[in-house]
Design a protein around this ligand. Structure first.
Ligand code: AHR
Length: 514
Protein backbone atom coordinates (compact mmCIF):
# COMPACT_ATOMS: atom_id res chain seq x y z
CA UNK A 1 0.00 0.00 0.00
CA UNK A 2 2.82 2.34 1.06
CA UNK A 3 4.60 1.61 -2.27
CA UNK A 4 1.45 2.23 -4.27
CA UNK A 5 1.04 5.68 -2.67
CA UNK A 6 4.69 6.52 -3.31
CA UNK A 7 4.39 5.45 -6.97
CA UNK A 8 1.23 7.59 -7.35
CA UNK A 9 2.98 10.65 -5.89
CA UNK A 10 5.96 10.08 -8.24
CA UNK A 11 3.66 9.74 -11.26
CA UNK A 12 1.80 12.95 -10.35
CA UNK A 13 5.02 14.91 -9.88
CA UNK A 14 6.48 13.63 -13.19
CA UNK A 15 3.28 14.60 -14.97
CA UNK A 16 3.52 18.08 -13.41
CA UNK A 17 7.07 18.39 -14.73
CA UNK A 18 5.77 17.43 -18.16
CA UNK A 19 8.56 14.92 -18.80
CA UNK A 20 9.64 11.71 -17.19
CA UNK A 21 13.34 11.99 -18.05
CA UNK A 22 15.85 14.80 -18.30
CA UNK A 23 16.23 15.97 -21.89
CA UNK A 24 19.49 15.43 -23.73
CA UNK A 25 21.24 18.74 -24.22
CA UNK A 26 23.98 19.56 -26.69
CA UNK A 27 26.03 22.71 -26.24
CA UNK A 28 28.25 23.90 -29.06
CA UNK A 29 31.02 26.31 -28.17
CA UNK A 30 31.03 28.43 -31.33
CA UNK A 31 33.68 30.77 -29.95
CA UNK A 32 36.33 28.06 -29.48
CA UNK A 33 37.78 26.79 -32.77
CA UNK A 34 39.21 23.27 -32.70
CA UNK A 35 41.36 21.61 -35.37
CA UNK A 36 40.31 21.66 -39.01
CA UNK A 37 38.52 18.51 -40.14
CA UNK A 38 40.75 17.54 -43.06
CA UNK A 39 38.55 16.90 -46.08
CA UNK A 40 40.51 13.69 -46.65
CA UNK A 41 38.70 12.19 -43.65
CA UNK A 42 36.00 11.64 -46.30
CA UNK A 43 38.42 9.72 -48.57
CA UNK A 44 37.46 6.62 -50.54
CA UNK A 45 39.16 3.34 -51.34
CA UNK A 46 38.95 1.58 -54.73
CA UNK A 47 40.70 -1.77 -55.03
CA UNK A 48 40.97 -4.27 -57.86
CA UNK A 49 38.47 -6.48 -56.08
CA UNK A 50 35.26 -8.04 -57.39
CA UNK A 51 33.21 -5.55 -59.37
CA UNK A 52 34.54 -2.60 -57.41
CA UNK A 53 36.48 -1.20 -60.33
CA UNK A 54 35.63 -3.36 -63.35
CA UNK A 55 31.87 -3.09 -64.07
CA UNK A 56 31.20 -0.95 -61.03
CA UNK A 57 33.15 2.04 -62.28
CA UNK A 58 35.22 1.11 -65.32
CA UNK A 59 33.42 -0.13 -68.41
CA UNK A 60 35.95 0.95 -71.03
CA UNK A 61 35.61 3.61 -73.71
CA UNK A 62 33.91 1.22 -76.16
CA UNK A 63 31.10 0.29 -73.75
CA UNK A 64 27.46 1.06 -74.62
CA UNK A 65 27.18 2.28 -71.03
CA UNK A 66 27.75 6.06 -71.25
CA UNK A 67 31.25 6.80 -70.00
CA UNK A 68 34.05 9.32 -69.97
CA UNK A 69 37.45 7.87 -70.77
CA UNK A 70 36.04 4.46 -69.81
CA UNK A 71 34.58 5.54 -66.45
CA UNK A 72 30.79 5.26 -66.08
CA UNK A 73 29.07 8.65 -66.28
CA UNK A 74 26.27 7.71 -63.86
CA UNK A 75 28.75 6.65 -61.18
CA UNK A 76 30.99 9.66 -61.79
CA UNK A 77 28.02 12.02 -61.52
CA UNK A 78 26.92 10.51 -58.22
CA UNK A 79 30.43 10.50 -56.77
CA UNK A 80 30.95 14.15 -57.72
CA UNK A 81 28.04 15.05 -55.44
CA UNK A 82 30.07 13.61 -52.56
CA UNK A 83 32.99 15.94 -53.34
CA UNK A 84 35.21 12.86 -53.07
CA UNK A 85 38.41 14.45 -51.78
CA UNK A 86 40.80 11.53 -52.28
CA UNK A 87 40.91 8.01 -53.72
CA UNK A 88 43.23 5.23 -52.56
CA UNK A 89 44.26 2.69 -55.25
CA UNK A 90 45.08 -0.11 -56.31
CA UNK A 91 44.70 -1.95 -52.96
CA UNK A 92 44.57 -3.25 -50.26
CA UNK A 93 46.01 -6.72 -50.49
CA UNK A 94 46.02 -6.35 -54.28
CA UNK A 95 48.66 -3.61 -54.02
CA UNK A 96 51.36 -6.00 -52.81
CA UNK A 97 50.99 -8.12 -55.94
CA UNK A 98 50.52 -5.28 -58.41
CA UNK A 99 53.22 -4.55 -60.96
CA UNK A 100 52.60 -1.12 -62.40
CA UNK A 101 54.25 -1.82 -65.76
CA UNK A 102 51.46 -4.36 -66.44
CA UNK A 103 49.01 -1.45 -66.48
CA UNK A 104 50.52 0.96 -69.02
CA UNK A 105 50.60 1.08 -72.81
CA UNK A 106 47.93 -0.16 -75.26
CA UNK A 107 45.25 -1.94 -73.29
CA UNK A 108 44.99 -4.88 -75.68
CA UNK A 109 48.67 -5.61 -75.14
CA UNK A 110 48.62 -5.61 -71.37
CA UNK A 111 49.26 -8.92 -69.65
CA UNK A 112 46.40 -10.85 -68.09
CA UNK A 113 47.14 -11.90 -64.54
CA UNK A 114 45.27 -13.81 -61.85
CA UNK A 115 43.87 -11.77 -58.97
CA UNK A 116 45.06 -14.23 -56.35
CA UNK A 117 43.69 -12.24 -53.44
CA UNK A 118 40.19 -11.72 -54.68
CA UNK A 119 38.37 -14.67 -56.24
CA UNK A 120 41.20 -15.91 -58.45
CA UNK A 121 39.64 -14.09 -61.42
CA UNK A 122 41.45 -12.72 -64.45
CA UNK A 123 42.91 -9.26 -64.09
CA UNK A 124 43.41 -7.80 -67.55
CA UNK A 125 45.08 -4.63 -66.31
CA UNK A 126 42.71 -2.41 -68.31
CA UNK A 127 42.78 0.01 -65.40
CA UNK A 128 46.33 1.12 -64.73
CA UNK A 129 48.11 4.31 -63.77
CA UNK A 130 46.77 6.50 -66.59
CA UNK A 131 43.19 5.34 -66.12
CA UNK A 132 43.39 5.85 -62.35
CA UNK A 133 44.66 9.40 -62.70
CA UNK A 134 41.86 10.04 -65.25
CA UNK A 135 39.37 8.96 -62.59
CA UNK A 136 40.93 11.21 -59.97
CA UNK A 137 40.94 14.15 -62.38
CA UNK A 138 37.32 13.54 -63.37
CA UNK A 139 36.36 13.55 -59.68
CA UNK A 140 38.65 16.42 -58.74
CA UNK A 141 40.14 14.14 -56.08
CA UNK A 142 43.62 13.83 -54.63
CA UNK A 143 45.42 10.55 -55.26
CA UNK A 144 46.76 8.01 -52.86
CA UNK A 145 48.79 5.30 -54.61
CA UNK A 146 49.70 2.22 -52.60
CA UNK A 147 53.11 0.79 -53.55
CA UNK A 148 54.06 -2.89 -53.74
CA UNK A 149 56.44 -3.93 -50.99
CA UNK A 150 55.29 -7.55 -51.05
CA UNK A 151 56.22 -8.94 -54.45
CA UNK A 152 57.79 -5.74 -55.76
CA UNK A 153 61.20 -4.22 -55.34
CA UNK A 154 62.51 -0.84 -54.28
CA UNK A 155 63.55 -0.26 -57.86
CA UNK A 156 60.02 -0.96 -59.10
CA UNK A 157 58.49 1.47 -56.61
CA UNK A 158 61.08 4.11 -57.34
CA UNK A 159 60.54 3.79 -61.11
CA UNK A 160 56.77 4.00 -60.71
CA UNK A 161 57.09 7.23 -58.76
CA UNK A 162 59.51 8.60 -61.38
CA UNK A 163 57.05 7.66 -64.13
CA UNK A 164 54.29 9.54 -62.35
CA UNK A 165 56.16 12.63 -61.19
CA UNK A 166 59.15 13.39 -63.40
CA UNK A 167 59.08 16.33 -65.81
CA UNK A 168 62.51 15.41 -67.21
CA UNK A 169 63.39 13.76 -70.48
CA UNK A 170 64.21 10.50 -68.67
CA UNK A 171 63.29 7.29 -70.46
CA UNK A 172 60.46 6.65 -68.00
CA UNK A 173 59.06 10.19 -68.30
CA UNK A 174 59.24 9.86 -72.09
CA UNK A 175 57.44 6.51 -71.85
CA UNK A 176 54.66 8.26 -69.94
CA UNK A 177 54.46 10.85 -72.71
CA UNK A 178 54.36 8.14 -75.34
CA UNK A 179 51.46 6.60 -73.41
CA UNK A 180 49.52 9.83 -73.64
CA UNK A 181 50.44 11.97 -70.64
CA UNK A 182 52.77 14.86 -71.21
CA UNK A 183 52.90 16.65 -67.87
CA UNK A 184 53.67 14.71 -64.69
CA UNK A 185 50.77 14.03 -62.40
CA UNK A 186 50.50 15.30 -58.85
CA UNK A 187 51.04 12.31 -56.59
CA UNK A 188 49.61 13.34 -53.23
CA UNK A 189 50.22 10.23 -51.12
CA UNK A 190 52.32 7.13 -51.55
CA UNK A 191 52.23 4.13 -49.20
CA UNK A 192 54.96 1.53 -48.88
CA UNK A 193 53.02 -1.74 -48.76
CA UNK A 194 49.70 -2.64 -47.15
CA UNK A 195 48.85 -4.74 -44.09
CA UNK A 196 52.45 -5.91 -43.80
CA UNK A 197 51.28 -7.93 -40.77
CA UNK A 198 49.03 -10.07 -43.02
CA UNK A 199 48.39 -10.22 -46.76
CA UNK A 200 51.27 -7.77 -47.27
CA UNK A 201 53.90 -10.26 -46.10
CA UNK A 202 53.26 -11.57 -42.56
CA UNK A 203 55.96 -9.37 -41.09
CA UNK A 204 56.77 -8.09 -37.65
CA UNK A 205 56.62 -4.31 -37.22
CA UNK A 206 60.38 -4.21 -36.58
CA UNK A 207 61.11 -6.01 -39.86
CA UNK A 208 58.68 -3.77 -41.75
CA UNK A 209 60.18 -0.62 -40.23
CA UNK A 210 63.59 -1.59 -41.67
CA UNK A 211 62.12 -2.35 -45.09
CA UNK A 212 60.18 0.91 -45.02
CA UNK A 213 63.21 3.05 -44.21
CA UNK A 214 65.14 1.30 -46.92
CA UNK A 215 62.42 1.61 -49.59
CA UNK A 216 61.46 5.20 -48.78
CA UNK A 217 65.10 6.24 -49.18
CA UNK A 218 64.98 5.23 -52.85
CA UNK A 219 61.54 6.52 -53.79
CA UNK A 220 62.73 9.91 -54.98
CA UNK A 221 60.89 12.70 -56.75
CA UNK A 222 61.68 16.22 -57.90
CA UNK A 223 61.78 18.37 -54.72
CA UNK A 224 58.46 20.09 -55.44
CA UNK A 225 56.69 16.83 -56.28
CA UNK A 226 57.29 14.79 -53.14
CA UNK A 227 54.18 12.90 -52.04
CA UNK A 228 53.26 12.40 -48.42
CA UNK A 229 54.64 9.01 -47.38
CA UNK A 230 52.52 6.49 -45.52
CA UNK A 231 53.76 3.56 -43.45
CA UNK A 232 51.37 0.63 -43.30
CA UNK A 233 50.40 0.21 -39.67
CA UNK A 234 48.37 -2.05 -37.46
CA UNK A 235 44.81 -3.05 -36.77
CA UNK A 236 42.40 -3.38 -33.89
CA UNK A 237 44.12 -6.45 -32.43
CA UNK A 238 47.63 -5.08 -32.74
CA UNK A 239 48.31 -1.40 -32.25
CA UNK A 240 51.94 -2.10 -31.31
CA UNK A 241 52.64 -1.33 -34.97
CA UNK A 242 51.88 2.34 -34.36
CA UNK A 243 54.34 2.38 -31.48
CA UNK A 244 57.17 0.63 -33.32
CA UNK A 245 56.73 2.57 -36.57
CA UNK A 246 56.58 6.00 -34.98
CA UNK A 247 59.62 5.12 -32.84
CA UNK A 248 61.73 3.55 -35.54
CA UNK A 249 60.90 5.62 -38.63
CA UNK A 250 61.88 9.24 -38.30
CA UNK A 251 62.39 10.25 -41.94
CA UNK A 252 60.15 10.19 -45.00
CA UNK A 253 57.01 9.54 -43.02
CA UNK A 254 53.84 11.63 -42.95
CA UNK A 255 51.31 9.08 -41.82
CA UNK A 256 50.86 5.69 -40.23
CA UNK A 257 47.85 3.76 -41.41
CA UNK A 258 45.41 1.85 -39.23
CA UNK A 259 42.64 -0.56 -40.26
CA UNK A 260 39.48 -1.29 -38.36
CA UNK A 261 36.32 -2.91 -39.69
CA UNK A 262 32.94 -3.12 -37.96
CA UNK A 263 31.84 -6.76 -37.83
CA UNK A 264 28.45 -7.33 -36.15
CA UNK A 265 29.42 -10.60 -34.45
CA UNK A 266 33.04 -9.56 -33.93
CA UNK A 267 34.04 -12.87 -35.54
CA UNK A 268 35.61 -13.18 -39.00
CA UNK A 269 34.25 -16.71 -39.55
CA UNK A 270 30.59 -15.68 -39.34
CA UNK A 271 30.33 -11.93 -39.49
CA UNK A 272 26.56 -11.42 -39.69
CA UNK A 273 24.22 -10.55 -42.53
CA UNK A 274 23.88 -7.15 -44.17
CA UNK A 275 20.08 -7.28 -43.96
CA UNK A 276 17.49 -9.37 -42.14
CA UNK A 277 19.40 -9.16 -38.87
CA UNK A 278 17.84 -8.98 -35.41
CA UNK A 279 18.10 -6.12 -32.94
CA UNK A 280 21.00 -7.75 -31.06
CA UNK A 281 23.13 -7.30 -34.20
CA UNK A 282 22.00 -3.72 -34.62
CA UNK A 283 23.27 -3.09 -31.10
CA UNK A 284 26.53 -5.02 -31.52
CA UNK A 285 27.18 -3.14 -34.76
CA UNK A 286 26.72 0.18 -32.94
CA UNK A 287 28.94 -0.98 -30.10
CA UNK A 288 31.67 -2.33 -32.37
CA UNK A 289 31.61 0.88 -34.41
CA UNK A 290 31.97 3.03 -31.33
CA UNK A 291 35.07 1.00 -30.41
CA UNK A 292 36.80 3.07 -33.11
CA UNK A 293 37.02 5.93 -30.61
CA UNK A 294 38.97 3.90 -28.04
CA UNK A 295 41.25 2.47 -30.72
CA UNK A 296 42.10 5.92 -32.05
CA UNK A 297 42.72 7.16 -28.50
CA UNK A 298 45.19 4.32 -27.88
CA UNK A 299 47.00 5.02 -31.15
CA UNK A 300 47.10 8.74 -30.49
CA UNK A 301 48.53 8.17 -27.02
CA UNK A 302 51.43 6.21 -28.51
CA UNK A 303 51.94 8.79 -31.22
CA UNK A 304 51.89 11.68 -28.77
CA UNK A 305 54.69 9.93 -26.88
CA UNK A 306 56.82 9.15 -29.94
CA UNK A 307 55.95 12.15 -32.08
CA UNK A 308 55.07 15.03 -29.73
CA UNK A 309 55.44 17.54 -32.58
CA UNK A 310 52.50 15.76 -34.25
CA UNK A 311 54.28 15.53 -37.58
CA UNK A 312 52.82 12.14 -38.39
CA UNK A 313 49.11 11.65 -39.02
CA UNK A 314 47.02 8.61 -38.16
CA UNK A 315 45.37 7.53 -41.40
CA UNK A 316 42.49 5.11 -40.92
CA UNK A 317 42.81 4.06 -44.54
CA UNK A 318 40.38 1.15 -44.27
CA UNK A 319 37.18 1.24 -42.25
CA UNK A 320 33.54 0.28 -42.61
CA UNK A 321 31.18 -2.62 -42.13
CA UNK A 322 32.20 -6.10 -43.22
CA UNK A 323 29.35 -8.62 -43.41
CA UNK A 324 28.93 -12.12 -44.83
CA UNK A 325 28.73 -11.79 -48.61
CA UNK A 326 25.30 -11.73 -50.23
CA UNK A 327 24.11 -15.34 -50.74
CA UNK A 328 24.97 -16.64 -54.20
CA UNK A 329 27.76 -14.13 -54.85
CA UNK A 330 31.48 -14.89 -55.25
CA UNK A 331 32.92 -15.02 -51.72
CA UNK A 332 36.08 -13.34 -53.03
CA UNK A 333 34.12 -10.31 -54.24
CA UNK A 334 32.97 -9.02 -50.84
CA UNK A 335 29.65 -7.82 -52.23
CA UNK A 336 27.16 -6.82 -49.53
CA UNK A 337 23.90 -4.87 -49.27
CA UNK A 338 23.90 -1.61 -47.42
CA UNK A 339 21.12 -0.52 -45.10
CA UNK A 340 20.12 2.32 -42.82
CA UNK A 341 22.38 0.63 -40.24
CA UNK A 342 25.39 1.35 -42.47
CA UNK A 343 24.45 5.03 -42.71
CA UNK A 344 24.33 5.23 -38.91
CA UNK A 345 27.71 3.43 -38.74
CA UNK A 346 29.19 5.95 -41.19
CA UNK A 347 27.83 8.91 -39.22
CA UNK A 348 29.13 7.55 -35.90
CA UNK A 349 32.56 7.07 -37.46
CA UNK A 350 32.54 10.60 -38.90
CA UNK A 351 31.72 12.05 -35.49
CA UNK A 352 34.57 10.04 -33.96
CA UNK A 353 37.05 11.08 -36.67
CA UNK A 354 36.08 14.76 -36.15
CA UNK A 355 36.86 14.40 -32.45
CA UNK A 356 40.39 13.32 -33.35
CA UNK A 357 40.92 15.67 -36.28
CA UNK A 358 44.27 16.81 -34.95
CA UNK A 359 45.87 13.39 -35.67
CA UNK A 360 43.33 11.73 -37.93
CA UNK A 361 43.98 13.58 -41.17
CA UNK A 362 42.78 10.96 -43.62
CA UNK A 363 40.45 8.01 -43.64
CA UNK A 364 39.23 5.81 -46.49
CA UNK A 365 35.98 3.91 -46.36
CA UNK A 366 36.23 0.40 -47.77
CA UNK A 367 35.16 0.61 -50.50
CA UNK A 368 33.74 2.99 -53.10
CA UNK A 369 31.50 0.80 -55.32
CA UNK A 370 30.13 -2.77 -54.98
CA UNK A 371 32.62 -3.85 -52.29
CA UNK A 372 31.99 -3.93 -48.52
CA UNK A 373 30.39 -0.69 -47.24
CA UNK A 374 29.90 0.86 -50.65
CA UNK A 375 28.49 4.21 -51.72
CA UNK A 376 27.03 2.73 -54.89
CA UNK A 377 25.83 -0.68 -56.06
CA UNK A 378 25.62 -1.46 -59.76
CA UNK A 379 23.95 -4.11 -61.85
CA UNK A 380 24.99 -3.92 -65.50
CA UNK A 381 23.86 -0.45 -66.66
CA UNK A 382 21.87 0.29 -63.49
CA UNK A 383 23.08 1.93 -60.32
CA UNK A 384 21.65 2.59 -56.87
CA UNK A 385 22.84 4.92 -54.15
CA UNK A 386 23.18 3.32 -50.74
CA UNK A 387 22.24 4.79 -47.36
CA UNK A 388 26.01 5.17 -46.77
CA UNK A 389 26.15 7.37 -49.87
CA UNK A 390 23.49 9.59 -48.35
CA UNK A 391 25.38 9.86 -45.07
CA UNK A 392 28.53 10.94 -46.94
CA UNK A 393 26.53 13.50 -48.89
CA UNK A 394 24.87 14.93 -45.79
CA UNK A 395 28.28 15.39 -44.14
CA UNK A 396 29.87 17.30 -47.06
CA UNK A 397 29.77 20.63 -45.12
CA UNK A 398 32.20 19.07 -42.61
CA UNK A 399 34.97 18.75 -45.23
CA UNK A 400 37.71 21.22 -44.26
CA UNK A 401 35.39 22.75 -41.65
CA UNK A 402 36.74 23.92 -38.30
CA UNK A 403 35.65 21.61 -35.52
CA UNK A 404 33.81 23.14 -32.57
CA UNK A 405 33.71 21.64 -29.07
CA UNK A 406 30.43 19.92 -28.21
CA UNK A 407 29.26 18.98 -24.72
CA UNK A 408 26.45 16.45 -24.34
CA UNK A 409 24.53 16.38 -21.06
CA UNK A 410 21.99 13.87 -19.82
CA UNK A 411 22.73 11.52 -22.67
CA UNK A 412 20.63 8.38 -22.46
CA UNK A 413 21.73 4.84 -23.10
CA UNK A 414 20.41 2.42 -25.66
CA UNK A 415 20.95 -1.22 -24.90
CA UNK A 416 19.78 -4.75 -24.36
CA UNK A 417 20.61 -6.48 -21.07
CA UNK A 418 24.10 -5.51 -19.97
CA UNK A 419 25.19 -4.20 -23.36
CA UNK A 420 24.59 -0.55 -24.14
CA UNK A 421 25.86 2.44 -26.11
CA UNK A 422 25.23 6.16 -25.70
CA UNK A 423 21.96 7.05 -27.37
CA UNK A 424 23.08 10.33 -28.96
CA UNK A 425 26.29 11.11 -30.78
CA UNK A 426 26.98 14.70 -31.83
CA UNK A 427 29.57 16.69 -33.71
CA UNK A 428 29.76 20.34 -34.72
CA UNK A 429 31.93 22.50 -36.92
CA UNK A 430 32.06 25.89 -38.58
CA UNK A 431 31.84 25.24 -42.28
CA UNK A 432 33.85 26.99 -44.94
CA UNK A 433 30.72 29.07 -45.61
CA UNK A 434 30.89 30.42 -42.03
CA UNK A 435 27.78 28.55 -40.83
CA UNK A 436 27.67 26.33 -37.77
CA UNK A 437 26.85 22.72 -38.69
CA UNK A 438 25.62 20.09 -36.27
CA UNK A 439 25.46 16.34 -36.89
CA UNK A 440 23.33 14.21 -34.58
CA UNK A 441 22.86 10.45 -34.48
CA UNK A 442 20.25 8.50 -32.53
CA UNK A 443 21.54 4.94 -32.10
CA UNK A 444 18.30 3.68 -30.55
CA UNK A 445 16.25 1.78 -33.16
CA UNK A 446 13.08 2.07 -31.09
CA UNK A 447 12.93 5.40 -29.33
CA UNK A 448 13.02 8.96 -30.63
CA UNK A 449 14.79 11.55 -28.52
CA UNK A 450 14.48 15.30 -28.09
CA UNK A 451 17.77 17.16 -28.06
CA UNK A 452 18.03 20.73 -26.81
CA UNK A 453 20.69 22.60 -28.73
CA UNK A 454 22.51 25.64 -27.36
CA UNK A 455 25.17 27.47 -29.28
CA UNK A 456 27.20 29.51 -26.83
CA UNK A 457 28.37 32.77 -28.29
CA UNK A 458 25.32 32.95 -30.55
CA UNK A 459 21.62 32.33 -29.94
CA UNK A 460 20.29 29.40 -31.94
CA UNK A 461 17.21 30.56 -33.86
CA UNK A 462 16.56 27.76 -36.28
CA UNK A 463 18.02 24.63 -37.81
CA UNK A 464 17.75 23.62 -41.46
CA UNK A 465 19.22 20.48 -42.90
CA UNK A 466 18.51 16.86 -43.74
CA UNK A 467 17.27 13.81 -41.90
CA UNK A 468 17.93 10.18 -42.78
CA UNK A 469 15.84 7.42 -41.23
CA UNK A 470 13.48 4.58 -42.21
CA UNK A 471 10.90 2.30 -40.69
CA UNK A 472 13.06 -0.82 -40.53
CA UNK A 473 16.58 -1.25 -39.11
CA UNK A 474 17.67 -2.93 -42.33
CA UNK A 475 15.81 -0.66 -44.76
CA UNK A 476 17.82 -0.51 -47.96
CA UNK A 477 17.68 0.46 -51.59
CA UNK A 478 17.26 -2.11 -54.33
CA UNK A 479 17.17 -1.90 -58.11
CA UNK A 480 13.38 -2.33 -57.84
CA UNK A 481 13.05 0.32 -55.09
CA UNK A 482 16.10 2.57 -55.45
CA UNK A 483 14.78 5.36 -53.22
CA UNK A 484 13.46 3.42 -50.26
CA UNK A 485 16.05 5.11 -48.05
CA UNK A 486 16.95 8.69 -48.80
CA UNK A 487 17.25 11.89 -46.79
CA UNK A 488 14.33 14.26 -46.32
CA UNK A 489 14.44 17.98 -45.49
CA UNK A 490 14.70 18.73 -41.81
CA UNK A 491 13.99 21.92 -39.90
CA UNK A 492 13.49 23.06 -36.33
CA UNK A 493 12.53 26.46 -34.88
CA UNK A 494 13.65 27.81 -31.54
CA UNK A 495 10.97 28.53 -29.01
CA UNK A 496 11.59 30.74 -25.99
CA UNK A 497 15.25 30.96 -27.05
CA UNK A 498 15.61 27.16 -27.02
CA UNK A 499 16.14 25.01 -30.08
CA UNK A 500 14.79 21.50 -29.73
CA UNK A 501 15.69 18.92 -32.33
CA UNK A 502 13.46 15.87 -32.49
CA UNK A 503 15.62 12.94 -33.51
CA UNK A 504 13.56 9.97 -34.69
CA UNK A 505 14.64 6.48 -33.69
CA UNK A 506 17.68 5.19 -35.70
CA UNK A 507 18.36 8.43 -37.46
CA UNK A 508 21.03 10.82 -38.64
CA UNK A 509 20.49 14.58 -38.86
CA UNK A 510 22.93 17.08 -40.32
CA UNK A 511 21.79 20.64 -39.97
CA UNK A 512 22.99 24.22 -40.17
CA UNK A 513 22.19 26.09 -36.96
CA UNK A 514 21.51 29.81 -37.33
O1 AHR B 1 39.15 -3.97 -48.09
C1 AHR B 1 39.36 -5.32 -48.31
C2 AHR B 1 40.70 -5.81 -47.76
O2 AHR B 1 40.70 -5.68 -46.38
C3 AHR B 1 41.91 -5.06 -48.21
O3 AHR B 1 42.40 -5.47 -49.44
C4 AHR B 1 42.91 -5.39 -47.13
O4 AHR B 1 43.87 -4.40 -46.96
C5 AHR B 1 42.04 -5.61 -45.90
O5 AHR B 1 42.35 -6.77 -45.25
Amino acid sequence: MKHTIQRTILAISLAACGTAFAQVSVTIDAAKAGPVINKNIYGQFAEHLGTGIYEGMWVGPESPIPNTKGWRNDVLGALKELHVPLVRWPGGCFADEYHWKDGIGPRDKRPVKVNTNWGGVEENNAVGTHEFFDLAELLGAEVYVNGNLGTGTNQEMSEWVEYMTSDSKSTLAELRRKNGRDKPWKLDYFAIGNEAWGCGGNMTPEHYANLYRNAAAFVRTPPNAKPKFIASGGHDNDIRWTDVLTKQIKQNIDGVSFHYYTIPTGKWEVKGAATGFKEDQWLSTMKNTMAMDGLIRKNVKLMDKNDPAKKVGLFVDEWGTWYDVEPGTNTGFLYQQNSLRDAVVAALNFNIFHDHAERVRMTNIAQMVNVLQAMILTDKNRMILTPTYHAFRMYVPFQDATSLPVAIKNNGKYGIGKTSVPQVSASAARGKDGKVYLALVNTDPNKPVDVTVNVSGMGAGKATGQLLTAAAMDAHNTFAAPEAVKPVPFSAQASGGKLTVQLPAKSVVVTAVE
